[in-house]
Design a protein around this ligand. Structure first.
Ligand SMILES: Cc1cc2nc3c(=O)[nH]c(=O)nc-3n(C[C@H](O)[C@H](O)[C@H](O)COP(=O)(O)O)c2cc1C
Length: 332
């Protein structure tokens, strides 16, 4: 049957085959789209989305607290949104030990204490709401941001896998010291050990060191404010779409790239290079702009960027606590 199908396919004119692929592409896209439409990703009123919004906001504040030079009074708008979202969560009367909730409350308290310590007067409206959160949730404790030294941060770089794995964090603070290309190649060679579909190895890496190009790229990326400018190297991870065969393989570039990027992050950590992933969830015009800054072949899709560099002697890292295995696992 398979052979017959292939024979028929070969007999069809190219134009008809093209229409067939177009139709299956449409079907597959609709299938994906429907899941998102049914899930109402933009709906603010269900529990999963409240938790999503908590994580989105608390993480921005968490990052702000660990910036190389936090700006006193930073992020008022997002802190207000976080408080609003905590109040949305309260309305659901959910457990107070959910990670998104505990970490949000904890980060708000940390923001308040940070400003008390540096003797900075927050705006009265914000201050009142923060004090109210502190009074209401005196017992709720999440994880504080971590102040560390370079020596301490890399102390488990040669430790057994479990310890090594626990020791990597996103680092958003770098020195100007040059990361040599041969070290980057070592890291990329390790990342190449990641599995890939039929060993098709779709991942590609673009290294950017030119200050002008880095600046131009970081200007169109939305998650690097306060630290991106310090990155000695930007690693743009992309993937060749021509390695996929049909629409059913439409996620393979991102899936393979995710596995590759994780190994690359670990390899950078192993080589004592601090790194932070930067999302490339951008509009098509931003993606096209990137391609004007650096020459990326048209058949490569950009997956993400990694900002990296050697580290200063002391720096802060966002704690970014994790849910437990039990919380995210379902037995069937
Ligand atoms: C695909 C992806 C995109 C990310 N984008 C950003 C970003 O734009 N800016 C940023 O500061 N961190 C970004 N991060 C880093 C995450 O915030 C970080 O991995 C997460 O909070 C977990 O913390 P950890 O890496 O320290 O374990 C991104 C991570 C991933 C995997």
């Amino acid at each position: 049957m398979k052979a017959l199908k292939a024979q028929i396919k070969n007999m069809l004119p190219q134009k008809l085959l093209y229409l067939y692929y177009l139709n299956s592409a449409k079907k597959a896209s609709m299938y994906d789209l429907k899941r998102r439409v049914y899930d109402k990703v933009y709906n603010k009123s269900d529990i999963e989305k409240v938790k999503r919004d908590l994580a989105l906001a608390y993480h921005i504040v968490e990052k702000g607290l660990t910036m190389p030079e936090p700006r006193p009074g930073f992020g008022k708008a997002v802190v207000m949104i976080l408080i609003d979202t905590v109040e949305r969560y309260e309305k659901f009367q959910l457990p107070e030990n959910d990670l998104e909730f505990t970490q949000s409350v904890s980060v708000l308290k940390e923001y308040l204490h940070y400003h008390e310590e540096i003797n900075f007067s927050l705006d009265q409206d914000l201050l009142g709401r923060l004090i109210s959160i502190e009074e209401r949730y005196a017992k709720v404790e999440g994880q504080k941001q971590i102040r560390t030294s370079k020596a301490d941060y890399f102390k488990d770089k040669n430790a057994p896998f479990d310890q090594f794995c626990q020791s990597r964090y996103s680092v958003r603070n770098y020195t100007e010291e040059e990361v040599p290309m041969h070290v980057l190649h070592d890291c990329i060679n390790l990342a190449q050990r990641s599995p890939s579909f039929c060993n098709r190895q779709p991942n590609r890496v673009h290294i950017v060191k030119s200050p002008e190009k880095k600046k131009a790229i970081l200007e169109i990326q939305n998650g690097n404010r306060g630290f991106g400018h310090l990155a000695e190297t930007l690693i743009v991870v992309s993937s060749v779409v021509s390695t996929t065969k049909d629409m059913h393989e439409r996620f393979e570039n991102h899936l393979n790239g995710g596995l590759f990027s994780m190994t690359l992050l670990n390899a950078l950590h192993y080589n004592k290079i601090g790194a932070c992933s930067l999302n490339w969830s951008v509009s098509d015009d931003k993606d096209m702009k990137l391609r004007e800054i650096i020459d990326i072949p048209h058949n490569e899709v950009v997956l993400m960027i990694i900002a990296c560099g050697y580290l200063p002697d002391e720096f802060s890292i966002a704690s970014s606590p994790r849910k437990t295995a039990e919380e995210i696992t379902k037995m069937h």
